[in-house]
Design a protein around this ligand. Structure first.
Ligand code: FES
Length: 293
């Protein structure tokens, strides 16, 4: 590592000058062998449960996206359900038959999740052991330079994936409204709720994003001095409130997307009967039906 004449560490050439060279300050775990610690609590539990959750849910998502193209939607009995993994549904003529159309759109939501600040923490800890937890020996002992070099520099694309995610939300809310349109009427069925749950939690996940919070107000020192300061202050306060629970929204939304896909898939396969809970003859009418086929 280079050093300044004053004795302070400086970044190697080509890396950002943050005042502290990447890797200059490391915790206790840096000097320990992998997994070694004096902690006596169950520090391993959280990384283990995170790893299990990610393997199961991301494993399901991959299976649905790569191999589940046969049952991505349910368009019978007056329903219009589309799996969130396949929305927006794009199937150009040039797409080979063996390639799932989900892969054309999933790059954006996957990129959004993979570069999310919370998920980074989760998979760095659970899969890279970097570190597993505070004051626990790390897997990587040298060569760490933050997220300033390939491949981790790609994490800095997160804000661009956020812009794509905001566009996707508009499309997913359109799918929600279609799911509440049953046999030509406004209605509520099991699938409507599954798709609403998926898009609702995805919206909370997206609107609690750290990058969005920064975009709205995080870079301002003075709201009252900025253009549209009052509405930005209010929007920032709402996003900050959601941001406190970003980890929870990250997990709920991942689970809800998988559940919505599974629901649509089971209906499409004929393995699940989708119950109608309510139907309305028009928007402001009393319900015509309470729980029926
Ligand atoms: Fe998690 Fe942006 S930080 S979605």
């Amino acid at each position: 590592m280079d050093s300044h004449p004053s004795g302070a560490a400086v970044a190697p050439a080509g890396l950002p000058a943050t005042g502290t060279a990447p890797g200059a300050h490391r915790g206790r775990g840096f000097a320990e062998r992998l997994g070694a610690t004096e902690r006596s609590d169950a520090w391993w539990f959280k990384p283990a449960i995170q790893a299990l959750g990610l393997i199961v849910l991301i494993g399901y998502a991959n299976w649905a996206a790569f191999l589940g193209a046969g049952h991505y939607h349910y368009e019978e009995n007056g329903r219009h359900y589309l799996s969130p993994f396949y929305s927006p549904y794009l199937h150009p003529a040039w797409l080979p038959a063996w390639l799932s159309p989900a892969l054309l759109v999933l790059v954006f939501p996957l990129g959004f999740r993979a570069t999310c600040y919370y998920y980074r923490k989760a998979y760095y800890r659970s899969f890279f052991g970097d570190p597993f937890a505070c004051a626990v020996g790390e897997a990587r002992s040298k060569g760490y330079c933050g997220e300033a070099r390939f491949p981790f520099v790609i994490q800095n694309l997160h804000r661009y994936f956020l812009y794509a995610a905001l566009v996707f939300l508009v499309i997913l809310w359109k799918d929600v409204f279609r799911a509440f349109w049953i046999s030509g009427h406004l209605g509520v069925a099991g699938g409507s709720l599954a798709i609403l749950f998926s898009t609702g939690t995805l919206t909370l996940y997206t609107f609690s994003c750290h990058s969005l919070r920064h975009l709205i107000g995080g870079k301002l020192d003075c709201f009252s001095c900025a253009a549209a300061g009052a509405p930005r202050r209010n929007a920032w306060a709402v996003v900050s409130l959601l941001n406190e629970h970003h980890m929870a929204w990250a997990w709920w939304s991942l689970l809800a997307v998988c559940l919505a896909d599974a629901y649509v898939r089971l209906c499409s396969m004929g393995a699940l009967h989708d119950p109608t809970l309510l139907t309305f003859a028009s928007l402001f009418d009393v319900p015509e039906k309470l729980w029926g086929p």
